[in-house]
Design a protein around this ligand. Structure first.
Ligand SMILES: Cc1cc2nc3c(=O)[nH]c(=O)nc-3n(C[C@H](O)[C@H](O)[C@H](O)COP(=O)(O)OP(=O)(O)OC[C@H]3O[C@@H](n4cnc5c(N)ncnc54)[C@H](O)[C@@H]3O)c2cc1C
Length: 381
């Protein structure tokens, strides 16, 4: 079925991104996987061709365009090359709403030009060793002392955790106030008492720096609080999580499509019993099911992108997109690996890396179970 999400300018932008990925990322990604991190220079190069901060107003160095289709193009092109180390979607899709919509003029001036140029890399630190799905259970505290907060606590699993210059930290300013006691503070590289722990050893996404962060009496100026008052953090998170989840869903469908097309090609040429394996009815039926489901997913996700642009994407819609497409991604890639036989288990075949990289998709950004809870709550039982 014809895809009609994009206009001419998105297709032109896609060419630019594709060319950038082929030149600046693909030849180096294998080395970055060994290093466990992507060099900061590639962020700056991506910034130079306008890959960051579409929604950042022009006066602060962005494009001043609020159109998630550009974000979609980047996610799809990054995924199509298996470049799972780039934390660009976290920066663009997750962080932009916090830094563009929740900042005052002074904060915009301090942070947005670097955000758009790729010189300031961003992260969001919600998860703690004792609190992931249950965000209200965070134990990091921020105690007001004059024009500062004194921040204490520990975070883990933080994407871009090593490279990040700005970290939005979820902290309790009133531990007894439940959801109303959470505030978002921007911690900057170099603040005294802010240290990074291990770059965590994950099963996949090897070039992505995912780290532990520690806050030991960090004095964060009140001028680094997002929003005009304490206690808004939980609601700010709930407002922005649908966009994060849609970004993950866009990536899920792109990964499934990429692996499917590689697998169809493989089945065309691989021989068994004197025939192409694509000539077996089982192969054709498996592929027929997978391409059907992936195409249906594509159209639901495209509809969600339009809804986000129109300001009508609900938390429930985004939860549906997130859980269903990421579970589908895992199924598609697993079945495609099976169709590769033993070669599917070898890292030289892209399906092997895609299989490992995809596993986390049903976990971060809210697990499948939490997505179903969000949908289930909407029934009002
Ligand atoms: C590679 C990677 C990158 C990440 N990046 C970030 C990041 O940048 N920033 C950040 O803050 N976090 C990040 N995370 C953390 C991620 O969001 C959490 O791991 C996730 O939300 C799950 O939390 P948890 O690990 O504490 O699992 P838990 O909350 O302990 O869940 C364990 C299991 O219990 C289930 N469960 C929990 N509650 C319920 C319930 N009410 N009903 C049914 N089942 C339930 C879960 O679905 C899961 O299966 C990242 C994680 C990974 C692995």
């Amino acid at each position: 079925m014809q895809r009609d999400l994009f206009d001419e300018e998105h297709l032109l932008f896609r060419e630019t991104v594709r060319e950038f990925m082929a030149r600046e990322v693909v030849p180096h990604h294998g080395q970055w996987e060994k290093d466990g991190i992507v060099p900061r220079e590639v962020w700056k190069k991506a910034g130079e061709i306008g890959m960051f901060g579409f929604s950042v107003p022009e006066e602060y160095g962005g494009a001043g365009i609020t159109d998630f289709r550009y974000n979609t193009v980047i996610v799809e092109e990054v995924i199509a090359t298996g470049s799972s180390g780039l934390g660009f979607s976290l920066h663009n899709d997750v962080m932009a709403p916090y830094l563009v919509d929740l900042t005052d003029d002074g904060q915009k001036q301090r942070w947005l030009p670097g955000f758009a140029s790729g010189e300031l890399i961003t992260a969001i630190a919600m998860t703690e060793p004792g609190a992931g799905s249950d965000l209200q259970g965070v134990r990091t505290t921020a105690v007001r002392e004059g024009d500062h907060y004194v921040l204490n606590g520990q975070k883990t699993f933080i994407t871009n955790g090593i490279n990040a210059d700005l970290v939005v930290v979820v902290a309790k300013t009133d531990p007894d106030a439940g959801a109303r006691g959470i505030t978002l503070l921007v911690v900057e590289r170099g603040m005294e008492g802010f240290t990074r722990g291990r770059n965590l050893d994950k099963i996949g996404m090897k070039a992505q720096d995912t780290a532990e962060l520690f806050f030991d009496d960090v004095r964060v100026p009140v001028a680094n609080r997002l929003g005009p008052e304490d206690g808004q953090g939980f609601f700010q998170l709930m407002n922005n999580l649908p966009q994060e989840r849609l970004s993950i869903a866009v990536g899920a469908v792109a990964a499934a499509e990429t692996v499917l097309s590689e697998t169809i090609e493989y089945c065309r040429t691989r021989q068994a019993f004197g025939r192409n394996i694509g000539s077996f009815q089982n192969t054709r039926f498996v592929l027929a099911e997978l391409v059907t489901e992936t195409e249906i997913a594509r159209h639901y996700v495209d509809t969600c992108v339009r809804a986000l642009n129109a300001g009508t994407l609900t938390a429930v819609d985004a939860a549906k997109a997130k859980w269903w497409t990421t579970e589908l991604q895992n199924k598609v890639i697993d079945r495609c690996l099976q169709l590769h036989g033993g070669y599917g288990y070898m890292m030289e075949y892209p399906v092997a890396k895609a299989w490992i990289d995809s596993r986390v998709q049903t976990i971060y950004g809210g697990t499948t179970e939490i997505m179903k809870e969000i949908i289930g709550r909407s029934f009002g039982f």
